[in-house]
Design a protein around this ligand. Structure first.
Ligand code: 13P
Ligand code: SF4
Length: 354
């Protein structure tokens, strides 16, 4: 829907007043009405890398979800303040791994006698606490655009990986990109005693996958792929690696949001694409590439927004920018110093991956 012209004017005025004092980052899943005000847009890797790109900006307004704003706080200097326009913009996947559960899991691995062989690899979509756990235990963070490189690195450090919290990204990367088999992977369920696994199962596994998932991407299934192939002959199926393994295995291409955009930019006129990721992005790409004769459809028949990404809307952005312009620091995201130190270690290992 078109943005409210009054709010657009107010956002523009507040941003102009703030000038170089504000740097606005926008994840690709953000609404069009918000993304138009982003100084930089990107996937989670690019936004983590670019968060520190404007050291002179006092405020970093993060249009995305909570874990991204935390990562931006960790990676920027202490006098830069990160603001999340709606504090309720969380991520259900990140919430699936708490610090207590992960500490308990480490005890289980220790009991099974394998903790020394295990390197934790945590998806960016996790809380700062989980990133700190990862840093403390010699592991790295990854995103959907560097998961293979992160796993290559981790298997140089140890024999096994504990992959948190997205079981699908972990499994898809292990099987699709690393040549492992499904049998090399076990799923640790934090709601079951000992994760629902025996010590023998843990010892035999190469990949210990945390039982987390994204509810948005979890909506796609094999039928979605088969239906679209029947409906649109010659269609290219391009999905995000947070999708279930059956979807990724049936797709033609798999990659992060930034990869999806690049693939469509490079696609020839007349080509047809079904995209399995969040709907704000798919709609924006469909509109952008329609004039070039590229047909882009959503992989499923039902709508599939990320409800927490969508919480950042134009009224929230205007409120945040106007508050900052008046000198009121609102909705600051600040990670405590000890957590930050270990989380930063893990994030910097990611940024240093070859
Ligand atoms: P990327 O932008 O890294 O592909 O991640 C998608 C996502 O789910 C972010 O929450
Ligand atoms: Fe979290 Fe999924 Fe939304 Fe990404 S799309 S922020 S993983 S719930």
């Amino acid at each position: 829907s078109p943005s409210d012209p009054d709010l657009v004017m107010r956002a523009r005025a507040a941003k102009e007043k703030l000038g170089d004092k504000v740097f606005v980052l926008g994840h690709h899943y953000q609404r069009d009405e918000v993304i138009q005000f982003a100084d930089v847009t990107g996937d989670s890797f690019k936004l983590a890398r670019d968060a520190a790109a404007r050291p002179e900006a006092e405020y970093i307004v993060f249009c995305g979800v909570h874990f991204m704003a935390e990562s931006a706080d960790i990676l920027t200097s202490d006098d830069q303040k990160v603001v999340l326009p709606d504090l309720a913009a969380g991520c259900s996947m990140a919430d699936m791994a708490t610090a207590e559960q992960v500490a308990e899991c480490w005890d289980v691995l220790t009991e099974a006698g394998i903790a020394e062989q295990v390197v934790p690899v945590s998806y960016m979509n996790s809380s700062a606490d989980i990133k700190a756990f990862t840093g403390k235990h010699g592991g790295t963070i990854c995103t959907s655009s560097n998961a293979k490189r992160a796993l290559d690195w981790a298997f140089e450090q140890g024999e096994k990986v504990l992959f948190l919290p997205d079981q699908h990204l972990g499994r898809n990367t292990a099987v699709r990109d690393m040549g492992m088999s499904l049998d090399d992977c076990v799923v640790y369920n934090p709601h079951k005693r000992n994760g629902g696994l025996t010590a023998e199962e843990l010892r035999a596994a190469k990949m210990i996958l945390w039982r987390g998932h994204c509810s948005v991407h979890g909506r796609f299934n094999l039928d979605s792929v088969n239906d679209v192939r029947a409906r649109i002959p010659g269609v290219n199926v391009l999905v995000h690696p947070e999708c279930k393994h059956e979807v990724v295995a049936a797709a033609d291409y798999v990659g992060s949001t930034e990869y999806i955009i690049k693939a469509l930019e490079a696609a020839p006129a007349g080509s047809k694409w079904a995209i399995g990721t969040e709907l704000n992005l798919v709609r924006r790409l469909a509109n952008r590439f329609a004039p070039e004769g590229k047909e882009i459809v959503f992989l499923d028949k039902t709508v599939c927004f990320c409800s927490t990404m969508n919480r950042i809307d134009l009224p929230h952005l205007v409120w945040a920018l106007e508050s900052l312009a008046e000198g009121n620091l609102v909705n600051r995201i600040e990670v405590d110093k000890e957590t930050e130190a270990f989380a930063k270690l893990a994030l910097e290992r990611m940024l240093a991956l070859p």
